[in-house]
Structure formats: C-alpha cells, structure tokens
Design a binder for this molecule. Structure first.
Ligand code: GTP
Ligand code: MG
Length: 340
C-alpha cells in the first residue's frame, strides 16, 4: 500500500478507511483494503485514458475538418465508446454484490410458537443468546444479531411465535414480529417437521411468500419428522430440513438464504463497487457515453459529442476526487500532440 505509505490518500482511499472501520466481515475488510490500496483508481485509469484517446482526435477534427466526421473514424469511435461503456457497466453492476458485502441482509425467523425459532437462532449464532423452553410463547421480544454467511453480514432476528394470544406482552411481541417481517429482506418460515402442518403454518407461509422466503422444516432429528407434507402447499418455495438440536441442514439453510441475492456470482476474488456514490457516478458516466454513441450514429456535430465525453470524464474524476474539467483539458493539450 504505497499510497498510504507516502501519506496521501485520494477520495476513494479515504472512503475505504471509513469502510474498513465499518466492515463487519472479512470479505468486506478485503474489499476495503483493495480500495485503500488504490485498486479502484487503477481500474478507472485505463478507462479515462481510453476516453482521452477519443477526445483528442475529435477535438482536432473540430479545428481542422470542415465537414462531418469521416465514416470510418465515426465507426471506430463508436466501437471504442461501446467497449468503454461495457467496462463501466460491469463495474457498476458489481455494486449489487458490493452493497451486500457492506450492508448485508436482514433475515427474520418467523413461525408458530414452539417450532424452534430461538433454538435455530442460537445454533446459527453458536451461542445461547435466546431463551429456549418447551413452553409455547417463550420469546416475547425480537432479538437480532449479525452473523457471517459466506462473507455477507446477515442481521438475523428471532421473533415471538405468531398466534392469537390473550396475553398482553405476547401480543406486543407479535406486533414486533410483524414489523420484523416488514423490514426483512428474506423470511425463514420455521415449521415443526415432526408434526403435521396446521392452518396457522399455512397462513404464515402465505404471508411470507410475498417476500423472499425459505421454509425450514425443523426437528429433523425426531422419529416423527416428515418434510414431505409441505410440498403440496408450497411447491415453488425453497425448502430445507434442519435440526436446531444437531445442526443438520444449517449449511443448506444458509446457502438458501443468500442465494436469491447473490444469484450464483459469489466470486471472492473479484473487485466490487461497495459505495453508492461511486455507483451513481458510474451510472452517470455510462449514460453520458451512451448519449455520445447515439449522437455519433445520428451524425450530430462533434461539439455535442465532446460535451458528453467531457461529462463522462468529469464523473470518473469525481469518483477519485482528483480531476476537474480544467485539469483534464490542460492535461490533454500537454500530453498529446494534436498536430498544430
Ligand atoms: N428434538 C428437537 N427439539 C427441538 C429442536 N428445535 C427446538 N426444539 C425444542 O422445541 C422447543 C421449543 O423451542 P424454541 O426454540 O423455544 O421454540 P420457539 O419457536 O422459539 O418458540 P416461541 O419462542 O415460543 O415462539 C424446545 O423444547 C426445544 O428444545 C430440534 O431441532 N429438535
Ligand atoms: Mg422463541
């Protein structure tokens, strides 16, 4: 990390320091460290250079050519712009995973009383955080803890079992369960697989299936366990058999929890955009590049095309906080010979 050693950080590196402090998992630390090492700026540089290589001939043609851009040059510029915007779009798209690494997911464990939500919660945390008893209605208040699922920080919430209860405290707890359901990115409906499903289970499944959800058939260690009875009620929902007692099926549960959000692209080694400001500027860069491409196709004057290209450069410069349009201009004319 030479950039740190010589004591000067650019904007993205300063942002990385903040991310490093906030990081909740090793994967988030790794991404922040890469950004601190200047990786984002290094990845942006060839794109900026590529843009300058388009801007310079366009500027010179503005000065020396009276007519429209020659057809072959226009097609060449169009091709280069499309390559650059593909690169930008790839970087911007990585924000989906980057946001996940940084902000994580909210997952609520929901179900009838006594199905084993708190037991599962404790097993996932590897600690006896929540009270577990054989008495239905044990959990009164929601409790949340962050756990690491394949590099993603997951805020997992144990909730009060859902049922109609005359008990005032339990009713308040169930209200909080409803709030946790509303806040969750995904709901794990916990079911007691050692018993036939009842109407309340079906009602909870129906409600949860409006959101991302996974059905966890718990107590797979018991003789009377059967997960098959759920298939007809929810044949399109992901379903896992688990035992909070033995820990069986927990890995499968975790991978089903993160699957809808990672869509199979969990590549630890790839660099990702983790910052909403960077994402926003990349999107805007891409829009400017697309606008420039359309103008070239329409044979519009070079000035208008250039305006979009300068705008794209400015957005990229804003990411690292290094460049202003004036700097870029003087840079162009000092480092490129345009044949004057
Ligand atoms: N055999 C077996 N028993 C379990 C398992 N998970 C939970 N239990 C038992 O089921 C009972 C209820 O467990 P809890 O974790 O308190 O259930 P809960 O869903 O949190 O219940 P409420 O807080 O009342 O809504 C306890 O006696 C647990 O020991 C399991 O995987 N296997
Ligand atoms: Mg409980």
């Amino acid at each position: 990390m030479r950039a740190v050693a010589n004591g000067r950080l650019n904007l993205t590196q300063a942002e990385a320091v903040r991310d490093l402090i906030d990081a909740q998992t090793h994967a988030a630390v790794r991404q922040a460290a890469r950004q601190l090492g200047g990786e984002l700026s290094k990845r942006l540089q060839p794109i900026k250079d590529g843009l300058l290589e388009i801007i310079v001939p366009l500027e010179s043609s503005l000065e020396f050519v009276e007519d429209d851009l020659p057809e072959d040059i226009a097609r060449d510029i169009e091709k280069r712009l499309s390559t650059l915007s593909t690169k930008i779009d790839e970087m911007a798209d990585s924000f989906r995973r980057g946001r996940l690494l940084k902000d994580g997911l909210r997952v609520a464990l929901v179900g009838r009383p006594n199905v084993g939500k708190s037991s599962l919660f404790n097993k996932l945390l590897s600690s006896d955080r929540a009270i577990v008893t054989e008495i239905p209605g044990t959990t009164r208040d929601t409790i949340s803890e962050v756990i690491n699922m394949e590099g993603i920080p997951v805020l997992i919430t144990d909730t009060a079992g859902v049922r109609t209860s005359p008990d005032k405290i339990e009713q308040l707890g169930i209200e909080r369960t409803r709030r946790a359901i509303a806040d969750a990115d995904l709901i794990v409906v916990v079911l007691d697989g050692s018993q036939p499903l009842v109407d309340e289970d079906l009602e909870i499944i129906r409600e949860a299936s409006n959101n991302h959800c996974v059905l966890a058939f718990n107590k797979s260690d018991l003789e009377s366990f059967r997960s098959s009875n759920a298939q007809e009620v929810a044949d399109n929902l992901p379903l896992v058999s688990v035992s909070a007692r033995t820990g069986e099926g927990l890995d499968a549960l975790c991978s089903n929890i993160i699957k809808p959000f990672t869509a199979g692209y969990l590549d630890e080694s790839s660099f990702v955009i983790t910052n909403a400001r960077h994402y926003d500027l990349l999107r805007r860069t891409s829009e400017s590049l697309q606008a420039a491409q359309e103008l070239i196709q329409e044979n519009v004057s070079e000035e208008l095309i250039l305006a979009n290209l300068y705008e794209a450069l400015r957005f990229l410069g804003e990411i690292t906080g290094e460049t202003t349009p004036e700097d870029i201009l003087s840079q162009i004319f000092s480092t490129f010979c345009i044949g004057k």
